[in-house]
Design a protein around this ligand. Structure first.
Ligand SMILES: [Mn+2]
Length: 434
């Protein structure tokens, strides 16, 4: 069967494309159900929780990412924010698990937010946390060009720069309100490249004060997130460098300021699952960015380098949520210059769903018993029993119940979505972003 290239992926086109997969899937799912139920697991509850979960797609991840050395656009990339949302809608049709988009201002800067909101609503997509940008000089972030973020934004010694950075962050919130968003993420590049360049304490105090002022402008139903990162682009010191600094900043800013954990924003060998536990314990875990890291902030596909660490992180999230994913913000924060970016988002979402299903298989009562009984061998057996389980049929079933795809990547290719976007948008279109 040859399928026509389709710009709109629908539940019906997925069913048509996957007709031959259904019988084998149903057999696999029943076998899996039988296997995991032997360990007392309620398979339907696992399927329900995987089906309920959704992770935001960032608008900048539907285009190819740049590196310091070059960029290799693949053609058919979205030219406008509306087209980025069309790509997220196609992604969500296949996964059933990317129901929101996270915009980045000014890479996205809609002239008509009301029309954009309607465009998204018609595609079944709503708006997750907004992202401000005070790490680049741009007319819409620095105004008339009389200020520059070269030496920082909120940490800058010049009060005019700090004021301008606050104005940009407030404008991002106002735009978000028009779009129906209820959160904003502040990631700052502020730091230094040279020892002695700035005073650690004064920089930190300036950032803390700006964040407190920004918190005062938050609408009542909004939250704001501070995202730490140890280095890059600042290579000697970063102001919000680690979870401790991030927690101090959130606590100073106000009760609706929380910390966002990005899996790639830690020094090597950091115990990220423990960071999650600490922040959740004091009710300051606000959000999570999924990606993976080999050497630094590599923005590689989540679960592709350290899958067991990711499993342990999801276990901590489930611990926080009493056995379900807690209501914090989840986003895939990846950037790719080799894969078709939509194919990577399909794989990343699949990886999150698989890991969630594995973590849901953990016998939590038995684990608590092993922990309280000082039985590390038994605890390891319990974790491994879940982690080594093949949960692919469970995840496929969850997607199916959301009218999404049994096999998202194969079906994406079969439906010819990329060929359709190249035909519609041209083979030289390049999405905005780094
Ligand atoms: Mn991030």
């Amino acid at each position: 069967m040859t399928m026509q290239s389709e710009m709109h992926i629908t539940a019906e086109s997925i069913v048509d494309a996957e007709a031959e997969l259904v019988a084998a899937h149903e057999r696999d799912f029943e076998t899996t159900r039988e296997r995991v139920s032997r360990n007392g697991v309620d398979t339907d509850a696992v399927v329900d929780e995987v089906a309920r979960f959704s992770v935001a797609a960032p608008s900048w991840a539907v285009g190819t990412g740049g590196t310091r050395f070059g960029r290799f656009p693949i053609g058919g990339e979205p030219r406008t924010t509306e087209e980025k949302i069309d790509d997220v809608a196609a992604l969500n049709a296949l996964t059933g698990a990317n129901r929101t988009v996270s915009l980045h201002i000014p890479w996205d800067d809609p002239t008509d937010p009301v029309a954009l909101r309607e465009h998204a609503a018609a595609a079944g997509i709503t708006f997750d946390a907004m992202n401000s940008n005070t790490f680049q000089d741009n007319p819409s972030t620095t105004g008339d060009g009389s200020v520059s973020y070269k030496f920082g934004s909120f940490a800058n010694s010049d009060p005019d720069v700090r004021k301008r950075a606050l104005e940009h962050n407030r404008a991002v919130i106002e735009l978000g309100m028009q779009l129906g968003a209820t959160a904003t993420t502040v990631w700052l590049a502020d730091g230094t490249n040279h020892p002695g360049q700035a005073n650690f304490r004064r920089q930190f105090e300036r950032v803390a004060e700006c964040l407190r002022e920004l918190h005062e402008s938050l609408p009542d139903d909004w939250e704001m997130y501070v995202e730490h990162k140890p280095y890059e682009p600042a290579f000697y010191s970063t102001v919000n460098s680690d979870w401790g600094s991030s927690l101090l900043l959130a606590q100073h800013a106000g009760t609706r300021a929380k910390c966002l954990v990005d899996l790639g924003h830690h020094l090597p060998n950091a115990n990220i699952e423990q960071v999650v536990s600490r922040l959740a314990m004091v009710d300051r875990l606000g959000g999570f960015h999924f990606n993976d890291s080999k050497y630094g902030d590599d923005d590689l596909t989540v679960g592709s380098i350290h899958p067991y660490q990711f499993f342990l992180v999801v276990l901590e999230l489930l611990d926080t949520g009493g056995g379900a994913m807690p209501p914090v913000r989840y986003m895939i924060d990846a950037s790719h210059n080799l894969k078709d970016p939509l194919e990577d988002l399909l794989q990343a979402t699949d990886q999150v769903q698989l890991t969630l299903a594995q973590a849901l298989l953990v016998d939590r009562d038995a684990l608590t018993e092993a922990q309280d009984g000082n039985d590390p061998a038994r605890a390891a057996e319990i974790l491994q029993a879940a982690y080594r389980s093949d949960v692919r049929p469970i995840v496929a079933e969850a997607r199916r119940r959301n009218r999404a795809a049994i096999a998202p990547l194969a079906t994406y290719r079969r439906l010819g979505y990329r060929a359709a976007t190249v035909a519609a948008r041209g083979d030289e279109s390049v999405a905005t972003g780094l």
